[in-house]
Design a protein around this ligand. Structure first.
Ligand SMILES: [Zn+2]
Length: 424
């Protein structure tokens, strides 16, 4: 059967003047980390056919005729990195009122710039954690089709929020709120289920909710829980029934605990997570995505007249606590997956998160796993990304040095291939 298929493919290739023939790339690695859990191997040969890894062998194997050769003999080659929390369509700082001036379409233009910066930084898969209407979906298609140089995008679209919550438009007159409304705030289990279905229909790969107050929005009532338990249960059940996972922005401990108990799949930020909240997360298998880089970005902008007084107050509430949840989560066995909140700081600095995770208590190996194998598991894409193995997507990067002894080696990525395409 397979032979017949190949014959047909060959005939088609002849008929179309060879346009359908496969492209083969042979990569020579000085050192190889195929799986963050398995350590470093010596010189290796990776063969890529179109967008797939087709073989990995020890040593320097002979390349087939006509193959493109990439010699990374002095580098460590490893899986493309995964950032589970980015906002490609936005840049840091700026006046929140620009929301009432700039069209959504401008976000796509900003996003093409940021997709490229993110890919160059070694991130070949990202999860878009909230953006205006169809902007992230347009970018997702752009990078998939190769029109835009950038990572594979798993996109949420607009966040679900309570009325006046972190994901809703806040800080304007009521009549302006009505005009800027993205259409995804909800009240009660029924309306929240409806908004999940609406997000699914619009093209969401994942449902993003704001389960507590947030630091950078104008809503002024702190960082505590927002949705009711019934609303979050409805969101989680409806999303899961559609095959979608839910990621919940959450800072306050009781909001984190309630979101996890409701069946939400990952807690983003998790700043004030206490032992009670983390025990529920452990029991429910909820992942923590710490986004420590977000707070670096916020710290750099504090006291400079960039943020409104409402926001500055919330920033000061959080900065002393950032990172503490990571050590506690690790001690209790809560899975920790890599996400940065890029967009709150400059896109392209994503790998700065690795050193912060190590400072917070992870080993370099755990930090690398968080951005590869663990992140792939949270995405349910472990047969596609997060490791280098035959059959997986050809998402491959190379760095100088050994990231398993010094994670800052990941802050300068020398070579990137995403879905078989070499970033130039
Ligand atoms: Zn975010």
């Amino acid at each position: 059967m397979r032979k017949i298929t190949m014959l047909v493919a060959a005939a088609l290739a002849l008929a179309t003047g060879g346009a359908a023939s496969a492209k083969t790339t042979v990569i020579y690695a000085g050192k190889l980390i195929a799986d963050a859990d398995k350590g470093v191997q010596g010189p290796s040969t990776i063969v890529v056919t179109d967008d797939r890894i087709t073989s990995i062998t020890a040593g320097r194997a002979e390349a087939p005729a006509g193959a493109e050769i990439v010699d990374l003999g002095d580098k460590t080659v490893l899986p493309g990195l995964i950032d589970l929390h980015v906002h490609l369509t936005g840049d840091p700082g700026g006046d929140f009122r620009s929301e009432a001036v700039e069209p959504d379409e401008w976000g796509v233009v900003v996003g093409t710039k940021n997709a490229r910066l993110t890919l160059r930084a070694g991130f070949t898969t990202v999860r878009e954690a909230g953006s205006a209407q169809y902007t992230a979906f347009a970018l997702r298609r752009g990078t998939a089709e190769g029109f835009v140089e950038g990572p594979r995008i798993i996109a949420a679209g607009p966040s679900l929020s309570i009325v006046g919550g972190h994901g809703d438009v806040t800080g304007f007159r009521e009549d302006i709120h009505a005009v800027l409304d993205q259409g995804y705030s909800c009240t009660g289990a029924v309306e929240c289920a409806e908004k999940v279905r609406k997000a699914s229909r619009a093209g969401a790969d994942v449902i993003k909710i704001t389960a507590t107050g947030g630091v950078l929005s104008q809503q002024g009532r702190g960082l505590g829980a927002h949705f009711t338990d019934a609303e979050m249960e409805s969101i989680a059940q409806t999303a899961h029934s559609l095959g979608l996972k839910v990621m919940a922005h959450a800072h306050g401990a009781r909001g984190i605990e309630a979101a996890s108990a409701a069946g939400i799949d990952s807690i983003e930020h998790g700043t004030f997570a206490d032992d009670a909240a983390l025990k529920v997360m452990k029991a429910k298998g909820t992942y923590l995505v710490p986004t420590l880089m977000a707070f670096e970005g916020v710290r750099e902008r504090l006291g400079k007249g960039i943020y409104t007084p409402t926001v500055e107050e919330k920033v000061r509430m959080t900065l002393g606590t950032v990172g503490q949840a990571v050590g506690k989560a690790k001690a209790l066995g809560v899975p920790i997956a890599f996400g940065t909140d890029a967009g709150v700081f400059e896109h392209g600095r994503n790998a700065g998160e690795f050193a912060l995770l190590v400072k917070a208590g992870l080993t370099p190996r755990e930090a690398l796993a968080s951005a590869t194998t663990v992140a792939a598991r949270l995405l349910s894409m472990e047969d596609e990304v997060g490791r280098l193995a035959p059959g997986l997507s050809a998402d491959i990067i190379a760095v100088s040095g050994d990231p398993l002894s010094d994670v800052t080696a990941l802050e300068k990525v020398d070579w990137v291939m995403a879905r078989g395409r070499i970033a130039d």
